[in-house]
Design a protein around this ligand. Structure first.
Ligand code: GTP
Ligand code: MG
Length: 609
């Protein structure tokens, strides 16, 4: 490293952790105390700016903010903790020189802690351990520190990496301390630790400009925006630049705009140089992992890995008899295609292809959450569509078929483990280990085919009376284990179009859970509820009571209906079978049979069976 130059005025750091361990809240504290952002009263998780992030209280997209401390610019990347976005976190790590590994002092290290730590160690980063939420009365900072140390060892950290500093924090209350005996006052102990531990970026101004594209953005006025870290050289507005694609081909363009982060906003600058994290406009057709470079022989930086999708669903335009009645604006197949193609430009893990043998598009992604966020986003933009049940993406290796496997961690209160182990066994889950956590819960891990895990979350909640928690993470592809589980229950299918009637629902609710309310519009082939008996049943949910007897007329008001299940996207995805679809409009989610008429369903099943 002797003749390589480092610039001292910048630090690039990512915050990584398991979901909910407090990354975004910690960024709030940093932005507040360095004055980079002025918080309004009650404003929290300021980086979770997307409406879906706000609603769900989780980070979905990595985001960059910057602040100045002791005259040094800190670029800080907040990353999502959910496993579906793990491969994005992995790419982010290429952009930074240091990481803050947050661990919740109440929960201890969790599956995603291990995943992100493993990736950091592989990239030779030297993490800073931040034991967070120590304001909580029952937090266990010492146990958490020990368990984290064990995790570093298990992941073969080098001696240098094992020598990590520990900062104790309450991101929520905005203080950190290096010593548990000493009360923390502010974020300075953490900031000073970053300055000590995280190397300033390498910046050799003699080399030609090279930037690795790590994130993409799109702006209708300037086109594609490439976000990444400049590894070498300098760039100025108006400079010619080459895009080096993964196949080695080169396309040229000109930089029309350079933006740097300042607090939460991006501001235009005239030039930028090695060590900066910037957004560049002016070159289109960019993919994540491409290099932007200048000079006679523009060269690609080492390629970054992009994980292949593991599950897919078919999105088609809404063909239900109620299509277009809920205020949807984009209803056609062409609308869908354009929107999906645009998504694939920025959303790295998403792949869009025409669906085999039919209408619609096969959309592939890294997990159910990854795809459901896309569906929900499109719905809010005014798209209507129908979506098929998720399927795993199989791979061929020679003669052998491989399928994706998942590592699942399930944590339950003592007493439920037997039922969980039995349920996982039925689904071909193999237990890897089981232990008692320091908060006296039982934590088990299993390897299980992704296919068999669809729908399990609901079962787990039932088994554990709503208390069990589960985390899953793609494990690897391995030998296909034969046909998957099919749903245990059947469905109640509407025989006719019309409005649902309380009297009819009263007659149906003994059969299983109902999905609709009196007054809801129905169509033939729509699924109105569950039939616990296991077979599908065509029913009439629009049938009125015969009012032959005057005295019975008051009885309708006495009908006591069990409140129906509110259909959510998550439930729909997990519930529907292969011959079913769900329809999603700006206002409703409806489940339906793929073939709406009973005759067609019968003749199709005869032909295929
Ligand atoms: N008691 C306590 N709660 C905290 C602290 N930091 C965060 N929380 C709470 O923990 C929850 C999750 O916080 P976030 O900052 O959104 O966590 P995150 O790691 O960004 O979550 P993802 O981005 O979804 O992975 C919120 O309810 C916070 O209020 C802390 O220091 N103390
Ligand atoms: Mg977050």
């Amino acid at each position: 490293m002797s003749n390589q130059k480092r610039r001292q005025d910048v630090r690039n750091v990512a915050i990584i952790a398991h979901v909910d361990h407090g990354k975004t809240t910690l960024v709030d504290a940093l932005l507040k105390q360095t004055g980079a952002y002025e918080f309004k009263a009650g404003e929290t998780a300021i980086m979770d700016s997307n409406p879906l992030e706000k609603e769900r209280g989780i980070t979905i997209f990595s985001k960059i903010a910057s602040f100045v401390y002791k005259g040094i610019q800190f670029n800080i990347v907040d990353t999502p903790g959910h496993a579906d976005f793990g491969s994005e976190v992995e790419r982010i790590l290429e952009m930074v020189d240091g990481v803050l590994l947050l661990v919740d002092a109440f929960e201890g290290p969790m599956p995603q802690t291990k995943f992100v730590l493993k990736k950091s160690l592989e990239l030779h980063l030297k993490p800073i351990l931040v034991i967070n939420k120590i304001d909580r009365a029952s937090s266990q900072p010492h146990n958490t520190a020990d368990a984290s140390f064990d995790l570093f060892c298990e992941l073969n950290a080098t001696d240098e990496q094992l020598d990590f500093p520990i900062v104790y924090a309450s991101g929520k209350d905005g203080w950190t301390t290096l010593d548990l005996e000493e009360p923390g006052r502010d974020m300075k102990p953490l900031l000073d630790t970053i300055l000590r531990r995280v190397l300033p970026p390498l910046a050799d101004p003699e080399k030609p400009f090279q930037m690795l594209v790590t994130l993409l953005d799109y702006d209708p006025y300037v086109g594609q925006i490439s976000i990444g870290r400049i590894f070498h050289g300098e760039i100025a507005k108006g400079d010619p630049v080459s895009l080096v694609k993964n196949d080695g081909s080169v396309k040229t363009g000109r930089v029309t705009r350079i933006l740097k982060y300042q607090g939460l906003v991006r501001v235009e600058v005239d030039s930028a140089r090695a060590g900066d994290i910037v957004s560049l406009a002016g070159v289109d057709d960019v993919k994540v992992g491409n290099t932007l470079a200048t000079g006679e022989n523009p060269e690609a930086l080492p390629r970054i890995k992009i994980d292949e999708p593991t599950i897919s669903m078919v999105f088609s335009h809404n063909t239900s008899p109620l299509a277009g009645r809920d205020g949807g604006i984009f209803l056609t197949s062409r609308h869908l295609r354009e929107r999906l193609e645009r998504e694939a430009l920025t959303n790295v893990g998403i792949k869009v292809e025409p669906a085999p043998g039919g209408e619609g598009f096969k959309v592939s992604g890294r997990g159910e959450l990854h795809l459901s966020i896309l569906i929900e986003t499109m719905r809010r933009e005014g798209y209507e569509m129908e979506v098929s049940a998720p399927r795993v993406i199989l791979m061929k290796m020679g003669e052998q078929t491989l399928e994706p496997m998942e590592e699942v961690i399930i944590e339950v209160d003592e007493g439920y483990q037997g039922a969980v182990i039995a349920a996982m066994g039925e689904r071909k889950g193999v237990m890897k280990d089981m232990n008692r956590t320091f908060i006296e819960t039982i934590r088990m891990s299993f390897i299980i085919p992704t296919r068999w895990l669809f729908g399990f979350r609901g079962d787990l909640l039932q088994i554990t009376r709503g208390t069990g928690i589960m985390y899953q993470n793609f494990y690897r592809y391995q030998k296909y284990l034969g046909e998957g589980a099919s749903r245990q229950v059947g469905v109640l299918i509407s025989k006719t179009a019309g409005k649902a009637v309380a009297f009819a629902l009263d007659g149906l609710q003994d059969r299983g859970e109902i999905f609709i309310r009196p007054g809801d519009r129905l169509y033939e082939g729509m699924i109105v509820g569950v039939n616990n008996k296991g077979n599908d049943l065509v029913v009439n949910a629009t049938k009125e009571k015969q009012l032959s007897n005057m005295r019975a007329s008051g009885a309708d008001e006495a009908i006591k209906l069990i409140p129906p299940r509110e259909l959510t996207l998550e439930f729909a995805l997990e519930f529907i079978a292969d011959d079913e679809l769900f329809e999603i409009t700006p206002k409703h989610i409806r489940l339906r049979k793929r073939y709406l008429s009973e005759n067609e369903r019968k003749s199709r099943s005869r032909r295929s069976g």
